[in-house]
Ligand binder design. Structure first.
Ligand code: FES
Length: 249
């Protein structure tokens, strides 16, 4: 969904998110705003990429051109690129492709060598590849993995990640919790490379007030909305992270 949103589009950096109020004016359900990653920016416009998984995103999917949406943001921290990194490997599992494309656009514009590894259940669930045409024309290397082999290489994204990690200076991942657990449980997959992950978590406020998104890290308790959503994969105590799919409205 593309939104005319100059205030956010002009200030956001890759990895940030917005809190979207997904209900009609005067309504009270769903009560909480939905956190959605900023997917792309183009001039005054910003794109949000989401899957319709519940009441809030279903409401959003019924918006028409000209409608107004109440959005809070940009929120959270951002992906960072080390001064000596040149080759970046971006790993996207499922809808986790949302913030990785923002990072790919940003890094390609600045001359980095970028590989985007996309994993999905099947070709049917794949992010539309034509949406990457402009990025590919500016040098993006795309590798596709599907669990059923209906597109690209067959297997799990973690298998392809371990093959590609050696060629990268830095790794960035966004995907479901099982993907993070698989990577953090076998850190050799990363070939010793530094890796940042983008966490998805149920959120109450989105700006550090309610403590509803707190997780344990090696640096103590941290709030995903304010200290994250980007964390070093080695810092997160993965047992403290709740899969947001469970209990989603
Ligand atoms: Fe309220 Fe993070 S969502 S503190």
């Amino acid at each position: 969904m593309w939104l005319d949103c100059p205030q956010i589009a002009s200030t956001t950096v890759p990895g940030q998110f917005v809190m979207v109020l997904c209900r009609n004016q005067g309504g009270d359900v769903p009560l909480l705003r939905r956190p959605l990653s900023i997917h792309r920016v183009d001039g005054d416009r910003m794109a949000l990429l989401y899957a319709v998984v519940g009441q809030g995103t279903r409401w959003l999917s019924h918006r028409k051109p000209g409608d107004q949406v109440d959005i809070l943001g940009p929120l959270g921290n951002n992906f960072t690129i080390d001064a000596d990194s040149k080759r970046l490997l971006l790993v996207a599992g499922g809808i986790g492709i949302a913030p990785t494309v923002a990072l790919a656009d940003f890094a390609l514009d600045r001359g980095y060598i970028v590989t985007l590894l996309i994993g999905s259940r099947s070709a049917l669930h794949m992010y539309p590849e034509d949406q990457l045409d402009r990025a590919v024309s500016t040098g993006l290397n795309v590798v596709v993995v599907t669990e059923d082999g209906s597109k690209g290489r067959k297997g799990m994204v973690t298998g392809a990640l371990s093959d590609l990690a050696a060629g990268a200076d830095q790794i960035y991942a966004c995907g479901p919790l099982p993907m993070y657990r698989a990577i953090s449980g076998d850190i050799d997959i990363l070939d010793g490379k530094p890796a940042q992950v983008c966490l998805e978590q149920m959120m109450g406020c989105g700006w550090g007030v309610c403590y509803g998104c707190t997780i344990e890290t090696k640096n103590g308790l941290q709030k995903v909305c304010q200290d994250g959503p980007i964390f070093d994969i080695k810092d997160v105590m993965w047992n403290s992270v709740v899969d947001p799919v469970v209990g989603r409205l």
